[in-house]
Design a protein around this ligand. Structure first.
Ligand code: GLN
Length: 464
């Protein structure tokens, strides 16, 4: 019975949520109803009864979709995102909406208006962000897979800090219809999985062209699950040595160096590659992402969606007050930065320049992929840090994204794979970046690695 297993999942989610705060809403009634319908129909479906958690910036009909923000606290979406529609049709059961940094802006989950999710390996530490709630829902054993969103690393970074797998697909691989916009030219829906295979299953269902998203690509969707378990002998893995220097935690470096050796042992060929413009990526990302965010977030004006400030004297005052009270500090900082880089006089110096460097970053990847099948780096420069440790220092927070943002700038796919624990028993992950549409290659390399070098440890807080 699907219903029985879904009820158990819901019980776990509710029981752990007091401590972990990974769900902003748990949709018991909806999930049980859906499970009953699946049991009654008895059809054979690709994700039959598969429980899934969804980040709270992905629209789910009739359910709260808050984006971790006070300004959308009471907002209920009136349609399902395409990814949700496809999951439903495949028999998956959505059990709840997960915690996140406000409007997906952050790397620690601490900018959520509803308090941070906690890392199940050590609840005094962040789970990473912005899709921290989804990462925790998977890492704590509540669900096998969850949806998150990626603009600059928000699936890979929390996957790494929580010891699970996280995929950011090629831009255009998964429809963005129903994903609340942060920075449209960088945004993707991404997938967390307990194993690479969980990601393969979900990706196979939700990927592919969608008439509602003109940026979704008409590229055939392979059977990712069937393609898992392929040979990795002879695969070429590129290593950009220059990125293993300053700012990288020694323990993380050591583990990731070990991963390179392990791949060599599995028969992969290790080659040196260069990404000469990698050093500009954080700056370029935070110009382009904030510029697009300042435009996308203009729609929250107290008229069309969600929260409206009370007792404002007049229309303009109502706009000001709604945005002042509805948005948190990080979102305001981004809107101001973005408005600044787009303003006349600064546009050419910042925004236009950043777009040019972005094109160079993409060319660097294209050149590197003539010599290798995937590029290996750490996912995050450190293990999970303490709650509050970086929340007053936006620049220190932004530097967490040093390894992840370039894949979003270039539009190429990337996956974070767990590779061990630090001396403090905190997960460490590595990242594989692939060429356009090479999700299968990445999933294969990830599955082959974890098949040979699994981590036999569970977080302190775990569902069963
Ligand atoms: N941490 C990055 C940021 O704050 C990435 C966020 C994301 O991928 N949504 O913008």
């Amino acid at each position: 019975m699907i219903k029985t297993s879904i009820e158990k999942t819901l019980d776990n989610a509710e029981r752990l949520n007091g401590e972990l705060n990974s769900f902003l809403s748990i949709e018991r009634e909806h999930a049980v109803r859906q499970a009953e319908a699946i049991d009654a129909a008895g059809d054979d479906l690709p994700l039959k009864g598969y429980a899934i958690a969804v980040k709270d910036n992905i629209c789910t009909k009739g359910m709260r979709t808050s984006c971790g923000s006070r300004i959308l606290d009471k907002y209920k979406a009136h349609y399902d995102a395409t990814a949700i529609e496809r999951l439903n049709a495949a028999g998956a059961v959505l059990i709840g909406k997960t915690n996140m940094d406000e409007f997906a802006m952050g790397s620690s989950n601490e900018s959520s208006a509803f308090g941070p999710a906690k890392n199940p390996w050590d609840i005094s530490r962040v789970p990473g962000g912005s899709s921290g709630g989804s990462a925790v829902a998977v890492a704590s054993g509540v669900v096998r897979a969850a949806l998150g969103s990626e603009t600059g690393g928000s699936v890979r970074q929390p996957a790494s800090l929580c010891g699970i797998f996280g995929l950011k697909p090629t831009y255009g691989r998964i429809s963005r219809y129903g994903l609340v916009a942060f920075a449209s030219s960088l945004d993707n829906i991404g997938i967390f999985g307990r194993e690479a295979e969980d990601i393969a299953k979900v990706l196979g269902v939700i990927a592919g062209r969608d008439g509602f998203d003109s940026t979704s690509a008409d590229v055939p969707v392979p059977n990712y699950s069937a393609e898992l378990g392929g040979e990795i002998a002879g695969k070429r893995i590129g290593v950009p040595r220059a990125l293993f220097g300053e700012g990288l935690d020694a323990e993380v470096r050591e583990k990731v160096e070990g991963v390179i050796e392990n791949y060599r042992r599995l028969g992969a060929e290790i080659v040196d590659v260069e990404l000469p413009n990698a050093k500009y990526c954080i700056a370029v990302y935070y110009i382009i992402a904030t510029a697009e965010a300042s435009s996308n977030l203009a729609r929250y004006d107290g008229v069309r969606y969600g929260f409206r400030a009370e007792n404002a004297g007049g229309l303009r005052q109502m706009y000001f007050q709604t945005r002042e009270e509805g948005f948190g500090a990080e979102v305001k900082r981004r809107i101001m930065l973005g408005t600044y880089v787009l303003s006349s006089g600064y546009y050419d110096a910042y925004y236009a320049k950043a777009q040019k460097v972005r094109a160079m970053v993409k060319r660097d990847y294209q050149a590197a992929f003539t010599a290798c099948d995937a590029i290996l780096t750490p996912t995050s420069p450190s293990v999970a840090f303490k709650l509050g440790e970086k929340s007053d220092d936006p620049l220190a927070m932004y530097l967490n994204d040093v390894y992840t943002v370039s894949a979003n700038l270039a539009g190429v796919p990337a996956i974070s794979v767990p590779c061990g624990l630090s001396t403090e028993e905190l997960p460490i992950g590595f990242q594989l970046v692939g060429n356009f549409w090479s999700e299968s290659v990445l999933l294969n390399l990830a599955a082959a690695y974890s098949g040979q070098f699994p981590i036999d440890a569970k977080p302190r807080i775990y569902a069963d």
